[in-house]
Write a protein that binds this ligand. Structure first.
Ligand code: GLU
Length: 462
């Protein structure tokens, strides 16, 4: 049975490169009716933190990358944690020492190796580590499922530390023990780990274990072709979540980063059967923030409006923002459905819809300058108040007709008429379509907003 794992080190935020690795592991497991395992590699005690572990777990949950196995934590699967498995690793370290494949090495303060032994050096002055004995003959090679044949000269590798002086084994050791004990069949990870594979294969051989298949995924780069980092913009899942991207839009984009698949807009859960490692790029890929936003916009317009309402509400709560949604749910739905046509993310949706939800909105400076300060503004507003008070039924046709009638009075140009009324009822000049906006706002809001603007004009004229 196919068994794969995602094995993050909890030493920082959850990078989008990490989630993409998790996503490809997840897809590969599901495609093969296998299992996807989460293992927290927290043996670097100085750099690991519980905050980072929590962020990783919450990010995976938010992305809907659920894992299939792990210690029971009240009906749910927890992650495996390497820090809880130290005894297991020590057993295998001892096995290598006893069989002459590893030894104790003592270092002085200047970091020079001063002593080696098969026995624990009880009276040693200095720090004691355990090193793996490298057989310097020949090459270590493997067939990577993405990159093809890769080999390393063994004479270029020195004996390497497997147990640190603080008694904790290193990543290259623990990863082998765990992948073996957890029956991992395929190791799918970032290509920055290719060079580690040499040491890991040597350890598999030392124990007489079969190696898993390896699949190294090309890195994600920024526009300058350097590994994607904070210099390029936000890189963590939390960043994209806070910016108001849908998790499935982020996953959609990450799936496209390096995987050639016909569709462009999809939910990754619908693409399990299409997943094929042979269709993964061998070359590094460049993270394109604009493309991601474009994809998010496609989902923004495809999603059921009721689901959008829920996503929006949750996003506002998660970001501890003021709940601007109206208790009148139908009004909120109508606002969201006209606003979503022109924006791509939930954050943009908030900015774009904000003035529909609050009555004490401000007027944009440019709107005041270009329209409200003009001589005709006062007359136009008073006619608009009258006409929209008289109008009974607010639908697209009636609103259009009313605006046309106002414009035909030639108080100012048609464009000025429309823009001034737009700004009056919404405070700004870029809004959803004017007719739709007026219909959605409805008579009561429109009239009171036009009146509010009339008052405002009198104030600025003073
Ligand atoms: N803990 C390693 C990392 O976060 C895992 C590498 C692997 O998948 O073997 O990079």
């Amino acid at each position: 049975m196919v068994r794969v794992r995602f094995a993050p080190s909890p030493t920082g935020s959850m990078h989008v490169g990490g989630v993409r690795t998790a996503l490809f592991n997840w897809l590969f497991a599901k495609k093969n009716n296998g299992k996807f395992i989460l293992r927290i590699e927290d043996t670097d005690i100085e750099r690991s933190s519980i905050e980072s572990e929590n962020e990783i777990i919450n990010s995976l949950k938010w992305c809907n990358l659920d894992w299939d196995e792990g210690p029971d934590i009240g009906g749910d699967f927890g992650p495996y944690r390497q820090s809880e498995r130290l005894e297991i690793y020590l057993k295998y370290i001892n096995y290598l020492i006893e069989n002459n494949m590893a030894y104790y090495a003592v270092y002085d303060n200047e970091n020079n190796e001063i002593y080696k032994s098969n026995k624990f050096p009880k009276n040693a002055q200095g720090s004691i580590v355990v090193k793996f004995k490298v057989n310097k003959e020949g090459v270590t090679s493997f067939k990577d499922l993405i990159k093809g044949e890769i080999s390393f000269r063994n004479d270029l590798l020195d004996d390497f530390i497997i147990l640190r002086s603080n008694g904790i084994p290193v990543y290259n050791f623990t990863v082998v023990i765990d992948d073996y004990l957890m029956n991992i069949t395929h190791v799918i990870r970032g290509e920055d780990h290719i060079s580690n594979t040499q040491k890991q294969i040597m350890l598999y051989n030392a124990f007489g274990w079969k190696t898993p298949e390896f699949m190294h995924i090309p890195l994600i780069l920024g526009s300058d072709r350097k590994p994607l980092s904070k210099r390029h913009g936000g890189t963590s899942v939390d960043y994209f979540k806070n910016e108001g991207f849908f998790s499935y839009a982020l996953m959609n984009y990450l799936a496209l980063l390096g995987w050639t698949i016909e569709d462009e807009i999809f939910n990754f859960k619908d693409k399990i059967k299409d997943f094929d490692p042979n269709k993964l790029s061998k070359k590094a890929v460049i993270f394109d923030y604009e493309k991601l936003e474009w994809i998010c916009g496609k989902h923004m317009r495809n999603i059921d409006i009721n689901d959008l309402y829920v996503e929006f509400k949750n996003w506002i709560n998660d970001n501890k923002l003021k709940n601007i949604l109206e208790s009148n749910e139908q009004y909120s739905l109508d606002v969201l459905s006209i606003c979503r046509e022109k924006i791509n993310t939930l954050k943009q949706l908030k900015d774009f819809s904000y003035n529909f939800f609050i009555e004490d909105y401000d007027y944009e400076e440019i709107f005041i300058e270009k329209y409200l300060k003009k001589d005709w503004a006062k007359d136009l507003l008073s006619i608009a108040v009258k006409k929209f008070e008289e109008l009974e039924i607010y639908n697209i046709d009636n609103v259009e007709k009313t605006l046309r009638e106002i414009s035909e009075l030639k108080i100012t140009s048609k464009k000025n008429t429309f823009q001034a009324i737009r700004g009056a009822v919404l405070g700004k000049l870029v809004t959803p379509g004017l007719f739709e906006s007026i219909v959605v706002l409805g008579k009561e809001r429109v009239v009171s907003r036009l009146k509010k603007t009339e008052v405002f004009i009198n104030e600025i004229k003073r």
